[in-house]
Structures are given as C-alpha cells and as structure tokens.
Design a protein around this ligand. Structure first.
Ligand code: NAD
Length: 272
C-alpha cells in the first residue's frame, strides 16, 4: 500500500526527535504540513529543538512502556488522532563482544529494541483506530542488514528491529489493516550518536566508541534523511534506503548465507 497523499493536518510523533535523525524527520514532516510531537529523554535539547522547529515537546524514556503510553494519551487528548509514528530513539555502543557487559547489552536492547516494541504496542492500534492513512517508521540501521567487528550489541538490536518490522508488515497487509510500516536503514549520518552514553541511566562506562570499525562511507546530514523518510512514506516503501552505495556489503553477507545452503545441499543431497 502507499502512504498518505498529503501530510496537511496529519498528526505525527517522532521519538528521539530532539537530535540528529529524529530532528531531521520531524523537520521534514513539519515542512510537509504535519503537526509534530517530538519525544525525547534529554529535556534541554528537547525544549530547544521543539521551539526551533515548531514541534510540541514530550519528555520520556522510550524503554518505559508507561511513558510511551503517556505520550499516546497526550496526543489523543489533544488531537483525537495520530497518523504517523516514527520509533527512532536509539543509542550506539560499539565495542568488541569480550568487553561488553550484560548491562551494556541491557541498555542497548532496552532502548533500541524495547523502545520500538513499546512504540508499536501502544501506537499501532491507535493508527488503525484514528487515522485513515496511518503509517509507522522504525529506525534500524545498515547494522540491521550486515554486521562487523564491534557491532555485537548494536547489530543484535538493529537486526531485531528489521525482523520485527518485516514480520508486522506482512501481518498488517494480511489483515487489510489500512496501516503501513517502514524500516529506516541508514548508513553513516552526522549526529550525536557517538556520544550516546550521555543518556545512559545510571551513568556510562566511558568505553571509547569504536567507530573506526564501521566501513567508511558517505555521511549524510539528518535533513537529507528526513526528506528521504517523507518521500518513502508517500511511496509506501517497506525499506528506506539512504545509502544505496552500501549494497555490496549487504550482498556479501547474503552470498555467505547462500553459499552455506549450497554447501549443505552438496554434502547432504535430498533423496528423491
Ligand atoms: P542522536 O544521539 O543524535 O539522537 C538520538 C536521540 O535519541 C537523542 O535526542 C537522544 O536524547 C534520544 N534518546 C536516547 N535514548 C533515549 C531514550 N531511552 N528515550 C528517549 N529518547 C532517547 O543519534 P542519531 O544518530 O540521530 O540516532 C537516531 C537513530 O538513528 C538511532 O536509532 C540510531 O541507532 C539510528 N542510526 C543512526 C546512524 C548514524 O550514523 N547516526 C546510522 C544508522 C542508524
């Protein structure tokens, strides 16, 4: 299905909207005519960004289901509807597996995966009930399509967001729900993600992020990503690809998997 033809008067929610990609998406939605609520854990940047771009601020921790529910309550109370929800808040923590603690995994998975699950649980029913053209966008990453040293916790969270979105896309289509869903899979974007520990509850470990492990590539500005998200919602795309030049890296992983199937078939041919 394709997305809403016009964004005029639509009501949108963007988590992690105080900074980076979330801010870029919020600005693009506002430019397209939508009313936008940005929801974020960081109060100062949240208030400043909301004032600068003309959004309504809401402070929350996306890993807490009751706080995501409070966001939805506010939106429905104010507008009686919600049309677009971008589950975008996330954190990066890149370090080799043997240096990662259970607490590191807990934080990354609670925010990057738990936050998306909370957004989907709370908002999908509301999109179905209150919007004629509801759409959800989950921010994963290119790290949801390929992996590399240093990305154990981050890639685990982002592969899960891709799988979750692909599954629910099929379920929504089968149910004729009238709600669409996309997964955003960016490569490098110029944001504050390398300083994600600023938002870690209980304090950070201060481990240096190993951004050098990420394959080098073109870094986009958040505004460019926001414009691509709006375009993809209009087109009804399942995958929102921002860095098409990264296809060979994804293909390499797929080729390794296909080769394993071919090896298995050669070693254990199926009986007729
Ligand atoms: P960013 O740090 O600039 O923005 C992330 C925002 O999320 C911040 O405003 C932060 O305060 C907020 N946030 C963090 N934890 C939160 C929580 N528990 N509850 C609510 N808000 C919280 O970083 P960004 O790069 O814009 O990240 C946005 C999303 O994009 C993330 O999901 C990230 O994994 C993904 N992403 C980023 C890149 C990149 O290169 N920057 C690439 C691929 C995917």
């Amino acid at each position: 299905m394709s997305g809403p033809p016009s964004f005029d008067g639509l009501v949108a929610v963007v988590t992690g909207g105080a900074s980076g990609i979330g801010r870029g998406i919020a600005e693009a939605l506002i430019a397209a005519g939508a009313e936008v609520v940005i929801a974020d854990i960081e109060q100062g940047p949240l208030d400043a960004t909301a004032a600068e771009i003309g959004a309504l601020p809401f402070r929350l921790d996306v890993s807490r289901a009751e706080e995501v529910q409070a966001l939805a309550d506010l939106v429905i109370e104010r507008w009686g509807r919600v049309d677009i929800v971008c589950n975008n808040a996330g954190v990066g923590y890149l370090a080799p597996f043997d240096t990662l603690t259970r607490s590191d995994f807990g934080w990354v998975l609670d925010v990057n995966l738990g936050g998306v699950i909370n957004g989907m649980t709370v908002f999908l029913p509301l999109l179905r009930e209150t919007s004629a053209s509801g759409w959800m966008v989950n921010t994963a990453s290119m790290a949801g399509l390929f992996d590399a040293p240093g990305m154990a916790a981050y890639a685990a969270s982002k592969f899960a967001v891709v799988a979750l979105t692909e599954t629910v896309a099929q379920e929504l289509a089968a149910a004729g729900a009238g709600v669409g869903i996309s997964v955003l899979v960016p490569g490098l974007v110029n944001t504050a993600i390398a300083d994600s520990e600023r938002n870690r509850q209980g304090g950070g470990r201060g481990a240096p992020p190993q951004l050098d492990q990420i394959p080098p590539g073109r870094a986009l500005d958040p505004g460019e990503v926001g414009a691509l998200v709006v375009e993809a919602i209009r087109a009804g795309d399942l995958y929102i690809v921002t860095h098409p030049e990264m296809l060979p890296i994804v293909r390499e992983r797929h080729a390794r998997i296909e080769a394993a199937f071919e090896d298995a078939a050669a070693r254990h041919p199926l009986a007729d």
